[in-house]
Design a binder for this molecule. Structure first.
Ligand code: HPA
Ligand code: ZN
Length: 349
């Protein structure tokens, strides 16, 4: 009996080791990453010092204690507070390069990052300062770390649509640097339909659209994002698992979802990762991808998200390969670029 147990433990250990090796080495894209959410606490302290800003937290321990969230709003309150240390172009540049360094260590080959301009322009930081820092970070990061990238400008949904119009005006001189617009922040009570006009204008300007929907909100928000905001991807989209019709539609139109398992766990969208819908979604043919959302706040970057999910849902090697391929196919890269990246995945499996 005991010997048997050891035998099965060894098998499970070997299986996990193989899966973890695959997760680490497989080339992948990250499609749901808020650059402000990659602000690690040590960098937060350093920037607070550099910019002479008084933080609410005195020690790293105090920060870590504050990172216990019961819902999205409790997280957002802390996340906006943390972003207050970002002042200069150099700060945004340093933040972006620090993320790309981590990304390279995890074999990320392409990133499509969100930034929240209104979080900064509300504090009188010029739009140009923010986007120039991030853009220069991405350009230098591509040379240094060989990671290609796109920028997604997110509107804060707890603000009014007219605020988003002001932000788009400020963004238009930098349109060449921006691939898509997104929608984030407090979901409940702020449905996608609230932003119908600004998304229409963004589309007319040649920008693609994505939106957070069905993270805490109902499946109807996903339907609104599809039909009214004409999105190319749904960010999160967990609620689709509770609605047969929505699920069917997402599968039919091959709409990608950018799932963020550790975020869902930390924000109590799921009680336990064993309850996460990722595997059921994969098996039903949904085009799901795995991402880190706000890794500095949720306890892990992309590989930790893959690994936690693999452990909780008993993912097999084919699942990991599908998830990595999905991440490339769901990106805003060209068909030729996608083929090249998929080729790199095939070369290692
Ligand atoms: N949801 C909504 N808004 C956000 C998130 C999120 O997970 N992270 C940063 N802004
Ligand atoms: Zn997000």
């Amino acid at each position: 009996m005991i010997e048997n147990k050891n035998y099965y433990d060894t098998i499970i250990f070997m299986r996990n080791k193989n899966i973890h090796n695959l997760i680490e080495k497989i080339p992948k894209a990250e499609l749901h990453l808020h650059i402000e959410g990659s602000l690690e606490s040590d960098m937060m302290f350093n920037l607070a010092k550099r910019n002479k800003i008084q933080l609410k937290f005195k020690t790293i321990d105090e920060i870590k204690k504050a990172y216990e969230f019961n819902n999205l709003q409790e997280f957002l309150d802390i996340y906006y507070e943390g972003a207050g240390v970002l002042i200069t172009e150099e700060d945004f540049y340093d933040l972006t390069l620090a993320y790309l360094k981590r990304a390279q260590e995890q074999n990320i080959v392409h990133v499509e990052i969100f930034f929240d301009p209104q979080t900064h322009t509300k504090r009188a930081i010029p739009f140009k300062t923010v986007i120039t820092g991030i853009r220069n970070g991405l350009v230098d990061g591509e040379k240094k770390y060989k990671i290609s990238s796109k920028i997604i400008m997110s509107f804060l949904r707890h603000l009014e649509e007219r605020d988003a119009f002001e932000t788009l005006e400020e963004a238009l001189p930098f349109k060449e640097w921006i691939t898509a617009v997104g929608l984030d922040s407090s979901e409940m009570g702020h449905p996608p339909s609230k932003f119908k006009s600004i998304f229409e204008k963004s589309l007319r300007e040649g920008l693609l659209t994505v939106a957070h929907a069905g993270e805490e909100g109902p499946p109807e928000y996903i339907t609104e994002a599809l039909n009214i905001l004409k999105v190319s991807r749904i960010d999160h989209g967990n609620a689709s698992i509770n609605d047969e019709e929505v699920l069917k539609e997402l599968i039919k139109i091959k709409m990608p979802l950018t799932l963020c398992p550790l975020s869902n766990l930390k924000l109590k969208v799921v009680k336990d990762l064993k309850d996460h819908p990722a595997k059921r979604m994969l098996d039903s043919g949904l085009l799901v991808t795995i991402n880190s959302d706000d890794p500095a706040y949720f306890g892990g970057y992309i590989n930790e998200n893959y690994t936690a999910l693999a452990n909780s849902l008993n993912l097999i090697e084919e699942d990991i390969i599908t998830l990595a391929e999905n991440s490339i196919n769901a990106s805003f890269l060209t068909a030729a670029e996608k083929r090249a990246y998929i080729g790199r995945i095939k070369a290692i499996v």
